[in-house]
Design a protein around this ligand. Structure first.
Ligand SMILES: Cc1cc2nc3c(=O)[nH]c(=O)nc-3n(C[C@H](O)[C@H](O)[C@H](O)COP(=O)(O)OP(=O)(O)OC[C@H]3O[C@@H](n4cnc5c(N)ncnc54)[C@H](O)[C@@H]3O)c2cc1C
Ligand code: SF4
Length: 561
């Protein structure tokens, strides 16, 4: 039997495509290499009950996968390091039904207008490949609105003075603020900044048949036990309820089959290790920005641009210890943001000039609590001191942190390809990441870090520090050497973008403005691989909007109104 579409990956991108296609009556098979903990195996249109607030299970035992021993990736900063300098976890996002949406804490802001026109707005930067997207914010706005309704986003229109225009309000009001964020937003305002309640993919009120978030405190890195996170359970549940979708979990797509002009389906390896073919009229790849280029390369689609222009946000952390308890481990991990560091103002221009760059942009700053109980316990020495430190809890209950998700400029040398020697548990070459930040990221980070420290000091912090990921030259902002060696150069960011760049010209891009692979147009990429710039914002809402736009074009539909 030939289905209308086979979808590789069930994260926010794949789930969105499944929802749009099944609503149009298309038959789809969703293939997911991870296990199914999200949907009830007896009724795949209902959420399962496999999640709990268990730090060991989620953070340390790879409950949602991938286990870096059986599915590693490799890393190097450049060719001079040989085949690779690190084998293990690199930018890992869960490999499970629901993908990263199952355990992201879901801050889902939109990009701004200039994120789509970066080159024409700010100009080129030496050594980077800054470009405009083939679409504008206005093209995507109806799909942003649709994505917010579909996922279920709580937020307050107009709260962020720097936000792009929007055609309507959020579907839900903002949820409760964390106590620490009440303090940090007041301090940020005293510093002349503009904090706002984060648009969040967690229900603030009952929505779409799911309950309101109860601020359990185990959001980032955990599955939601009550399914208050909409992303992507809402879309998968609807697709399965349509009766037009089949879900194959623990099934790895090893190759896209094609006759040279069109894809004819995929070859999969099932949970029993047996290989079989699935015939399909369209193939949608939503495997995430590292596994998508890996699959294209495993399929022999060796356009020299596949895998290039990898971007991950350059993260700058400012951490402070406060005299009072701020309960940073309670609530939705992050409830507030500020965008001031995204804006290229006079001070940013002066910092750029001093560094010999035309401009620098930082990224959105997250206000959050940094530590969980087991994480904290591992930091303290054993014995009586351990007990007293756990009681006074400087590293959890008295700690507050800011994370800037700094814009990462695209560079052709930053890429994903197939590692020449390391294979996964199924015997396939793993993804190798070659990545080194541009100087722009370091300059933007050094320029904006002091402002985050000033907020902590204003809050009354008795101790502060800053750090970056990746660390540059093995040293942090304060010149201290990092003891992790090669691993310190591996970016911790889970915001991964840009490995099958979108554009009109096949000489400079891999897919067109609707995610269709140039020269193989019934293969559609529906994840953040298609991004041209990384902006300074979490990628998920934008990739969901792009996936909805691509799927709408597949079924010949028009933009939602
Ligand atoms: C702790 C954490 C917090 C985060 N917080 C935020 C946030 O606040 N805001 C934000 O915007 N983003 C956040 N993210 C990032 C977010 O999770 C990703 O942007 C999002 O999940 C990407 O969606 P996707 O559908 O493209 O890919 P994924 O979610 O990675 O899903 C891809 C799926 O494809 C499957 N797959 C891959 N290859 C194959 C194959 N060959 N065969 C079969 N299946 C395959 C994978 O197993 C996976 O389940 C966070 C991530 C983490 C880990
Ligand atoms: S904080 Fe809310 S959305 Fe997050 S896991 Fe807990 S109940 Fe779910």
């Amino acid at each position: 039997m030939t289905v209308d579409a086979v979808i590789v990956g069930s994260g926010p991108g794949g789930a969105t495509v499944a929802d749009v296609l099944t609503r149009a009556g298309w038959s789809v098979v969703i293939v997911e290499k991870g296990r199914n903990h999200l949907l009830d195996p007896d009724d795949l249109s209902r959420p399962a009950a496999d999640y709990s607030n268990d730090e060991l299970k989620f953070v340390h035992r790879h409950f949602l996968g991938p286990d870096p021993i059986i599915e590693p990736r490799t890393f190097r900063t450049g060719e001079e390091e040989g085949d690779h300098s690190h084998v293990g976890e690199v930018n890992s996002i869960p490999t499970t039904v629901g993908g990263g949406g199952t355990h992201a804490d879901g801050k889902v802001p939109r990009f701004r207008e200039e994120d789509f026109t970066l080159r024409s707005t700010h100009g080129p930067v030496d050594g980077a490949d800054v470009d405009d997207w083939p679409i504008t914010y206005d093209d995507l706005e109806p799909f942003y609105a649709e994505a917010e309704r579909s996922v279920g986003v709580a937020g307050e229109a107009g709260a962020n003075p720097f936000a792009a225009w929007r055609s309507g309000p959020y579907p839900m009001p903002s949820g409760a603020p964390m106590y620490g964020a009440v303090l940090s937003t007041a301090a940020a305002e005293r510093q002349g900044l503009h904090p706002y309640a984060a648009p969040t993919a967690a229900n603030s009120v009952p929505y779409d048949g799911r309950p309101a978030c109860n601020n359990c405190g185990f959001c980032a890195f955990f599955g939601c036990p009550i399914h208050a996170k909409g992303d992507p359970v809402a879309m998968l549940r609807r697709a399965m309820a349509s009766g037009h979708a089949e879900l194959l979990s623990e099934t790895f797509v090893a190759r896209v089959r094609s006759d040279g002009r069109r894809a004819t389906g995929v070859e999969v390896v099932g949970p029993d290790g047996a290989t079989r073919a699935i015939d399909a009229r369209h193939v949608v790849i939503a495997a995430g920005a590292i596994e998508t280029p890996r699959l294209l390369l495993l399929s022999g689609i060796d356009d020299p641009l596949v895998g290039r222009y990898l971007m991950v946000h350059f993260q700058t952390f400012a951490i402070g210890i406060l005299p009072e308890r701020v309960h940073g481990h309670k609530g939705r991990a992050v409830t507030h943001l500020h965008d001031d560091a995204v804006i290229v103002d006079d001070a940013a221009r002066a910092a750029a000039r001093a560094a010999g760059l035309p401009w620098v942009r930082g990224g959105l700053v997250e206000h959050g609590g940094p530590s969980l109980p087991v994480m904290e316990a591992k930091l303290y020495p054993w014995g009586a001191k351990h007990k007293s430190l756990m009681r006074s809890s400087p590293m959890r209950d008295r700690m507050w942190a800011f994370t800037m998700q700094g814009e990462d400029l695209a560079q052709a040398t930053n890429r994903v390809d197939l590692d020449p020697t390391v294979r996964d548990v199924r015997g396939f070459p793993v993804a190798r990441i070659t990545y080194r930040p541009h100087r722009h990221e370091e300059v933007a980070s050094a320029h904006h870090a002091p402002s985050m420290v000033r907020i902590l000091q204003d809050m009354g912090a008795t101790w502060t520090m800053t750090a970056t990921s990746p660390q540059v030259g093995g040293r942090d902002h304060q010149g201290r050497e990092d003891r992790r060696g090669a691993e310190a150069a591996v970016p911790m960011s889970r915001h991964v973008m840009g490995t099958t760049r979108m554009g009109h010209d096949p000489r400079t891009s891999v897919v067109d403005a609707y995610g269709r692979v140039h020269g193989l147009e019934n293969v559609v990429v529906a994840d953040s691989s298609v991004f041209v710039t990384s902006a300074g914002y979490g990628p998920t809402l934008t990739l969901v909007a792009l996936a909805a736009r691509a799927a709408t074009a597949m079924v010949g539909g028009s933009a939602p109104s």
